[in-house]
Design a protein around this ligand. Sequence first.
Ligand code: ZN
Ligand code: CA
Length: 498
Amino acid sequence: MKMLWLSLLTLLMLGQTLVMGLPVQAPDLPTQPNAGPSEADQEFAEEYLRHFYGYQPKSERQKRTADTSEDADWKTGLCDKFQSMQRFFGLPPSGELTLETLAVMKRPRCGLSDVERFGNTIRWKKNTLSYRIAGSNLPISASKVNKVFRAAWKLWSSVAPMEFRKRNRKEADIVISFLNGDHKDGSPFDGKGGILAHAFLPGSGVGGDVHFDADEDWSFNSTGFNLFAVAAHEFGHALGLPHSSDPGAIMYPAYNFASNYELQLSFRDVKDVQHLYGISPNFASLFSKKPPPRTPDKCDPDLSFDAVTELQQEVVFFKDRFMWRKHPQSDETGITLINSLWSDSVPPFLDAVYENVERNEVVFFKGHQYWMLSQLKLKEGFPRNISDLGFPSRIKSVDAALHFRNDRHTVFFTGHECWKYNEQQMMMGGSPTLIEQVWPGIPAPIDAAVLYEGFVHFFKGNIQYKYDANSKRVVSTSPANDLLECKKHHNEILTERR
Ligand code: ZN
Ligand code: CA
């Protein structure tokens, strides 16, 4: 555990989440590298696990009589709950409150539990549902709110044979309201940030109702919280869907809106709602050209990568808008969204990424642009054109980047060529050379490259080439996802069984 607290990356990540203006007090950053979580953070985390993971703390009296060692945490089941939460969010399942775990816990999210399995029986028994927007507490003009809700319902009705009709006065199946603090349903809201909304499963009375925290700064874009994104998620609950650990799913519990990615139901969401209600007659024609996006699976034998980089002690694999972070102390590598770490600063579907350790910068490439981030924040003046690095105008994109920290240079791969960039002088070192001359045995063009445990790993399609730079030869080839320990998460298996 102590090692995990050392990670600068996680410290930075924590800093980032604080910017978002969360209600809970800023976690005390450890003043010494080995300092553990503060008592307040520990309490916050236990409350989080109680609320979202069904943790049942022993009574105070029992606690006092129990021993205070770490074994006690195992006995009370706390570590177990930490692991469930960590697996759900793709974190190393240490069973302890790491800084990164705390940062994820402090992310804005839905108020419903992550572990409740609703089964297949909780659904509406009819296919036309009415909804009503209650009260005068609307954060933005009623017509705009109506429009957003109509669009959010449409996401679901375009894949399942459902119809949603708005009513103005009469009773409705689903009542949608914006409420503050304790609103007498046993689940009080918590002011700005934290819990954004919650909903009730299908049923009579309060069943199907959706509550938004009126204290949030709701918006139609990426300032504050995007109402469309949260509504799409809560409406999923109102239809009977539980949370999904798939970070690509609308039913993922954490707030995930990214302005650079079109909000749509994922393959997982579609499958889940169709499991409850069947398939919309228009589904095939609506989605034949553009099927709902699937979240990449690290065990897919055809998996290829957009980019791979070292990052602090980790190796990070990028694919679409997702990444896997391979931590040296964990043999379970979970999937997360790129924007869970770098927010909206970095686009999805990257071409190349590398870390400049000395300058504490991470550089991302996509098309003719590159983004430089320091301490998880975009540096001023970025994105810039790759021609600023010294590429001639004929070079339209970068396939891969390989950083050599000791020699302070970076090699860029473009098509059949590679370019040596001097990081000290910040200058491209003359004309390019052919990949087949410098890296014999490597098929060009390549997808990605990374230095790992003394070897260069090149990626192309679903194959990786382990390359010994000294003897200048490929020492072995293996599946591209070899380093990701293809062992499915318990949660993923559970979800698949449903
Ligand atoms: Zn939810
Ligand atoms: Ca809130």
